[in-house]
Design a binder for this molecule. Structure first.
Ligand SMILES: [Fe+2]
Ligand SMILES: [Fe+2]
Length: 195
């Protein structure tokens, strides 16, 4: 089913265009298309996948001060790595706004959007699917995205998830501020789905 027919999708796309630059809106639409293409195969509801995909980066371009202000206002635990790099809070802040402002009260959508940047141990299945789609949607042009898509096609979802978690951790290691949840997620994925 085209994503635009999913409940709420038209309004979410309109909201995206108000809240983020065109390139980020396009990315979100590609994530929603991609995640919905394999959602049901991996045990995830199609319409929830569309919702999470379209809305996950709703707060991606907030200024640092505003990100921290909203996180505190919503009662989100602000860690030292968030203070150093407030953009790490764009998932948690979006999860809160999706629930508060759009009345989307599904706990898996909340969990998936909240943790989409790092993953987390015991991440819900929708979150795992969003994580893979966010990393590897078809307009991502790094080699690791193509490899993740290939693994998804040829070896299945869990192979793609393991690869994406490992590759993303490698990307993060090269950055100055590391959220330790990324490493915890990678370790959990290996324990849960490793050979
Ligand atoms: Fe994001
Ligand atoms: Fe994203």
């Amino acid at each position: 089913m085209p994503i635009i027919r999913a409940p709420g999708a038209k309004a979410y796309v309109a909201l995206l265009h108000q809240r983020v630059p065109e390139k980020k809106a396009q990315h979100a639409i590609f994530v929603a298309e991609f995640v919905s293409s394999f959602a049901e195969r991996v045990g995830v509801d199609h319409d929830l996948a569309v919702t999470a995909g379209l809305l996950h980066d709703l707060c991606r371009t907030l200024e640092n001060e505003e990100m921290l202000r909203r996180a505190r206002a919503y009662g989100i635990v602000v860690q030292p790595w968030h203070e150093a790099k407030p953009n790490l809070l764009h998932g948690p802040v979006a999860a809160e706004e999706i629930r508060r402002e759009l009345a989307v009260d599904d706990p898996d959508v909340y969990d998936a959007v909240y943790w989409h940047t790092t993953g987390r141990p015991r991440f819900c299945r929708l979150g795992q699917a969003l994580y893979v789609a966010d990393f590897a949607e078809p307009t991502r042009d790094y080699a690791e995205a193509a490899r993740t898509r290939e693994l998804l096609r040829r070896e299945g979802f869990e192979a793609a998830l393991r690869y994406a978690a490992e590759a993303r951790l490698r990307f993060h290691r090269d950055t100055a501020v590391l959220d330790p949840t990324s490493a915890a997620f990678h370790a959990w994925v290996e324990e849960e789905f490793g050979a």
